[in-house]
Design a protein around this ligand. Structure first.
Ligand SMILES: Cc1cc2nc3c(=O)[nH]c(=O)nc-3n(C[C@H](O)[C@H](O)[C@H](O)COP(=O)(O)OP(=O)(O)OC[C@H]3O[C@@H](n4cnc5c(N)ncnc54)[C@H](O)[C@@H]3O)c2cc1C
Length: 306
C-alpha cells in the first residue's frame, strides 16, 4: 500500500485530478484484465515525470511505466506501487521535412497518420499496432516486415535520477521485440523517426491493405494483448500452439483464439490467472511435443514469481 505521505508528496508534482487511487488496471489494458494499482498517475509532461521519478527512487517506492497497456498481463491482485501513464496527455507530434518527433504517449496510429498526411513512407507497418510510440520503441514493435528499429533515429529518455538523456539508434540495441530500455530504468518521453518522401495514395493503400490483413487473420473483435509468444527460431508460435491441440482451448473466460492460435482472448470474464494457466499448459506441452521453449512476448505486471 502507498502511504498517505507519498500521495501527499505526489500531489506537489501532479495535479490532483490526475492521481487515481486503487485504480482498476482492467480499464487500462487491451486484455481488459487486471486488479487495482495502489496509485495511478496520468502524466502531462516531462517535468512532472522527472520530479515524480526522482522522488519515487529516493523513497524507494516501486513504479511501472505504462503506455496503452496493449502488451500487458496485470495480476488479478493488481500492482503494489505507482503506475506512471505516458498516454494521450503526452502525445504531441511535430513534423519537419522527413523528420517526425512524437511524444511517447502518441499512439503508433497517430504517428502513422502524421506520416501519411505529410506524404512520408516508412511507418505504414505501425498503423495497426495498438500501442504508444513509447511502448513501441521499448518493444521494438513490428509487423509485416517493418520494425521500429528501421525508422527510429533518436529516443529521449528520463533516467532514474530524473535526468534527460538522448539515445541514438545504435545505442537502443534493438533486437527481436526488445531494446536496451526493456531492461533499464529509463522512461521514454520522445521518439524521432526519419522517413522518406513517398506517394500519399500508395502509403494510404498500403495501410488499408495491412489493416484488412489484420482484420482477416486476427481476433480483433475480442480483448487481447496481441501475440502471446515470441516467434521461436525456425517456427511460428501460433502453428506450434495449434499443432499441440490448443485451438479453442479454454480456461475460465480465457481462450486460445480459434482464428489465430497465437492470440489468447478474453471472452468476457477472463482473469489473469486463467490466462497464465493457458500459457503454462501450452509451454509445457509444446516443450514435450516439439522440444521448443515458447517465450512470452507479453509483459507481466504484479506477479511475484516473474
Ligand atoms: C490486437 C493487437 C495486435 C498487436 N499487434 C502487434 C504487432 O503487429 N506487432 C507488435 O510488435 N506488437 C503488437 N501488439 C502488441 C503491442 O501493441 C506492442 O507491443 C506495443 O508496442 C505496446 O505498446 P504499449 O504502449 O501498449 O505498451 P504497454 O503494453 O503499455 O507496455 C509494454 C512495455 O513497454 C514499457 N513502456 C511503455 N511505454 C513506455 C515508456 N514511455 N517508457 C518506457 N517504457 C515504456 C512498459 O513498461 C512495458 O514493459 C499487438 C497487441 C494487440 C492487442
Amino acid at each position: 500500500m502507498i502511504s498517505k505521505a507519498v500521495v501527499e508528496a505526489l500531489q506537489k508534482y501532479v495535479p490532483e485530478e490526475n492521481i487515481l487511487l486503487q485504480e482498476p488496471m482492467a480499464g487500462h489494458t487491451t486484455f481488459r484484465i487486471g486488479g487495482p494499482a495502489d496509485c495511478f498517475l496520468q502524466l502531462e509532461n516531462e517535468e512532472q515525470l522527472k520530479k515524480v521519478q526522482r522522488y519515487l527512487n529516493l523513497v524507494g517506492v516501486p513504479f511501472f511505466v505504462l503506455g496503452n497497456g496493449s502488451n500487458l498481463l496485470v495480476n488479478d491482485k493488481g500492482y503494489r506501487g505507482v503506475i506512471l501513464q505516458i498516454g494521450q496527455k503526452m502525445s504531441e507530434i511535430v513534423v519537419q521535412g522527413c523528420r517526425i518527433a512524437a511524444k511517447a504517449g502518441a499512439s503508433m496510429a497517430q504517428a502513422a497518420q502524421a506520416a501519411l498526411k505529410h506524404g512520408l513512407t516508412g511507418l505504414e507497418f505501425a498503423s495497426g499496432i495498438p500501442g504508444t510510440v513509447g511502448g513501441g520503441v521499448v518493444m521494438n514493435a513490428g509487423a509485416y516486415g517493418g520494425e521500429m528499429s528501421q525508422v527510429v533515429t533518436q529516443v529521449t529518455v528520463v533516467n532514474s535520477e530524473g535526468e534527460t538523456m538522448e539515445i541514438d539508434n545504435e545505442g537502443m540495441e534493438f533486437g527481436y521485440r526488445t531494446s536496451t530500455i526493456k531492461h533499464s530504468p529509463f522512461t521514454v518521453t520522445e521518439v524521432v523517426f526519419c522517413l522518406k518522401p513517398g506517394d500519399r495514395e500508395a502509403i494510404k493503400g498500403k495501410m488499408e491493405e495491412l489493416a484488412a490483413r489484420r482484420r482477416e487473420r486476427q481476433p480483433l473483435e475480442y480483448p487481447s494483448a496481441g501475440s502471446t509468444f515470441k516467434r521461436p527460431e525456425g517456427h511460428f508460435a501460433g502453428q506450434l500452439v495449434m499443432e499441440a491441440g490448443f485451438r479453442g482451448f479454454q480456461a475460465g473466460g480465457a481462450r486460445v483464439s480459434d482464428k489465430h492460435c497465437g492470440f489468447i482472448i478474453n471472452t468476457g470474464d477472463a482473469t489473469a490467472a486463467d490466462v497464465r494457466k493457458i500459457i503454462g499448459e501450452i509451454q509445457e506441452r509444446v516443450k514435450e511435443m516439439f522440444h521448443v521453449n515458447l517465450e512470452t512476448e507479453i509483459v507481466f505486471l504484479g506477479w511475484e514469481d516473474i
